[in-house]
Design a protein around this ligand. Structure first.
Ligand SMILES: [Zn+2]
Length: 122
C-alpha cells in the first residue's frame, strides 16, 4: 500500500463527506497533476480501501490526469515535463514557469441532490 495515495484518498474522502453534507454520493471526479506522482491504479485501490465500510463505500473515483507543463523564460517554448525536474525540454533552461501539473482538486461530486461546487484542495 502506498502511503502517499492513501493519505490523498483520505483527504479527498473527508472533503467529499463534508461537501456532500449527508447526501448520498454516487461518484467523485478529481483532477490530479503529474507532479503529484500518483499512480491511477494505486489511487483507485486506495480509494476503495479508504471508503470501505463508510458512507462512501462503492463510490466511484474518476481521475483526470493533468500533464505537467512549463513555459520557458529563455526560449518561450511550452513543454511537457516527464521527470519532476523543472527545466525546459526545448533548450534545457531552468528559467521556467510551471503552468500545470500540481493540481489536486475535486472537480465534481455526483450526489443525490443539488450539485456541489468545485473544491480546491489545500
Ligand atoms: Zn527553453
Amino acid at each position: 500500500v502506498q502511503v502517499h495515495e492513501l493519505s490523498m484518498c483520505d483527504a479527498i474522502a473527508r472533503t467529499v463527506v463534508d461537501r456532500a453534507a449527508g447526501r448520498r454520493v454516487l461518484s467523485v471526479s478529481v483532477r490530479i497533476g503529474h507532479l503529484r506522482q500518483v499512480v491511477p491504479d494505486t489511487m483507485t485501490f486506495c480509494w476503495e480501501m479508504v471508503t470501505a465500510g463508510t458512507e462512501l463505500a462503492g463510490t466511484g473515483l474518476d481521475i483526470e490526469h493533468v500533464v505537467a507543463t512549463v513555459s520557458c523564460d529563455d526560449c518561450e517554448a511550452v513543454t511537457t515535463l516527464d521527470a519532476p525536474v523543472l527545466a525546459c525540454a526545448s533548450c534545457g533552461s531552468r528559467a521556467v514557469t510551471l503552468r500545470s501539473g500540481e493540481e489536486l482538486m475535486i472537480l465534481s461530486l455526483d450526489a443525490v441532490g443539488e450539485p456541489v461546487a468545485t473544491e480546491v484542495m489545500p
